[in-house]
Design a protein around this ligand. Sequence first.
Ligand code: ME8
Length: 639
Amino acid sequence: MPKPIYITTPIYYVNDRPHIGHAYTTIVADLLIRYHRLSNRDAYFVTGTDEHGSKVAEAAEAAGLSEIAFCDQTVQTFKTAWDNLSLSYDCFIRTTSDRHKQSVQKILEKLHTAKTDSGEEVIYSDFYEGLYCTGCEKFITEKELVDGQCPHHKKEPERLKEKNYFFRLSAYLPKIKELIETDQMQILPEERKREVLGLIGQELGDFSLSRERVKWGIPLPFDQDQSAYVWVDALSNYITAAGYADDPEAFEKWWTKGEVIHLMAKDILKFHCLYWPAMLLAADLKLPETMFLHGFFTVDGEKMSKSLGNQIDPNDMVATYGADATRYLLLTQFPLGVDGDVQAKRFATQYNSDLANDLGNLVSRVIKMVVVNCDGKIPSPFRGIEGLDELMAQTEELAEHSYSHIKHFRVTNAIGDVIALVRATNKFFNDRAPWKLGKEGKTDELGGILYACCEVIRVVSILLYPVMPNKMKEIRAILSLDDSTLNLQSAQTFFDLKPGAAVSFDQPVFPRIKEEKASRGEAGNVASGDEDNLLDISEFGKVELRVAEVLQAERVEGADRLLKLQIDIGIEKRQVIAGVAEHYPPDKIRGMKVVVVANLKPATIRGVESRGMLLAAKKGKKLTLVTIADDLPAGAKIS
Ligand code: ME8
């Protein structure tokens, strides 16, 4: 039996509102947890809020509220946002809870009496004189200042002189270095591991474990005039939630014997990869197995911040795209671990392409045909259909591959492989053209094609369940499937659907979204104003326009408006799907010289690959292609 798995996110500061950065980490944790649960692994998911410290006390005062009333309010905004995103956490930990206070005091007592290997006290008191940035909640050195200010918060730090208790970090660094180098405590990705090892190589002082003047905090059990330093308080949440102070059995199961994974972004590396393991070593507690530090999002090229007003609220995305698509869109922007720039105006295009066109359309067209041609019942499987064996093989191996990606934190690969199967199935459906077979009386083959497509949809409903739990349940309900087969085991068997089971179709699972409406953020502040839609000259310069000659043209089966074109763009020949059939029948367009956008990502339209887009002018029902005089050869660039 694999060990139980215990996954945590950072606990977020309550002086901020939840934004897509917080949402991203929490959705990733939810995805991982749901995947492990699909494989029947015992799994526990912890998130929560970090509520102590002078920063929160100041925000409460500014809001005219007591600290706890202020915290209660913002904690609710996090909980509401997480409910709106269908996040299935098992424990929401608040640092102001009695449970957590007990746990912090317990570990502090332990540290207070602990000795290092060389017999020194782990905690000692001393006077600290130096600079403190309230924004970072940490002491800051002169060297780190830029123009006398904290580079992150653009504020002059306070000068403090106070008695503090210190934690003898230096005594634990050699051991931590060894544990990281040997991957006994895995730091991922590799780049972050190098960063931590680099930090250990620098002169790191001991860290302060308490603050004298901060009253909004947990008092030290051995000196009531001091409060636990917020990071010591916050990091301890991970053991509180496992039951350190109040549930020894649970603690043994989840922490001591479990596989512990901490997820976060790279901004809080030092605290998690050095301070926390040092505290655990000193308290004689087991270390986490893995820390995964993902990348940082910027929005339209800018750092996300309250003062810039460019934070994207996940609730606004949910209002526009729904919970499931929001999860999908955030998870697929960048590989986990990589920094990236989020552009809200791209969400709608991606939603329409991946979810409405590829996945939604597969479900609609297949189920509608089952309703019309098979009396609304799953038909019988039928072997010997061209392309079926390949599709089955791709489907059967997918569960294992996806789960392996997940175990290695390759989130975008796990999702991308499922979407690739959806696209391959759309192509299989198009190539086999089942709509023709009914008329030809080939009902066994027609049923076999539809059965195979329903099987793929069933498998997809399992493998994308951790990404889009509600929509996948909706799809499963269409196929009359309940939760008893919602597991990875059943995603590995083909021909599992029972012929004769009822299917029903009501409305598209992912209705198309008007791109302009969504990108303007009509449901909220996803993006705003016309100014945002103006292009910079350098952005326009990225579009590669070329003269193309249409070599061949034919209609796309089952799609009145679409033509499949083979075009010559000078540097190569390509296939493009164009929605111009009503205006340009194949005979008319063949031989024309048109203008094509040559550097678009390939798209799959009705299961057929399209690499490029033709330029056309359109008003009402009239459409005219932009054409080029004969003397310009195919391939000429247009600028
Ligand atoms: O640091 N891109 O809380 P916090 C990606 N309370 N992820 C982002 C992000 C962005 N632009 N902005 C925030 C704290 N995050 C402490 C943690 S844990 C013991 C105490 C996510 O509210 C990311 O997970 O500043 C990052 O590590 C975390 O929010 C920081 O949250």
